[in-house]
Design a protein around this ligand. Structure first.
Ligand SMILES: [Zn+2]
Length: 91
């Protein structure tokens, strides 16, 4: 009688393990698709992190790179931060 119980118990454990494995495979497929997809045409404002179209907003040349900002105030803040950084190096 105890043998039968052990057999039934082990069958349930194996069944649960298999179901867990199958579930794991199922979620793996979904994770591949997950993740943020941002429109390639958008650029990020390095000051406030907003995404804007390059044609909109304000541009500034920093270290030879063209950066895009959502507004003049963001550009001013960013450039202020840049000059503070460079003055730290020299001073
Ligand atoms: Zn901004």
């Amino acid at each position: 009688m105890i043998r039968l119980l052990v057999f039934v118990f082990s069958v349930i454990v194996v069944y649960k393990l298999l179901r867990g494995l199958l579930k794991g495979f199922g979620t793996l497929d979904k994770q591949e698709v997950a993740g943020e997809q941002i429109d390639a045409d958008l650029v990020q404002d390095p000051q406030c992190g907003a995404y804007i179209l390059p044609a909109q907003g304000v541009t500034a040349r920093v270290d030879g790179k063209t950066l895009h900002f959502c507004s003049e105030s963001c550009k001013d803040k960013f450039l202020l931060g840049q000059s503070e950084k460079s003055s730290e190096k020299t001073g």
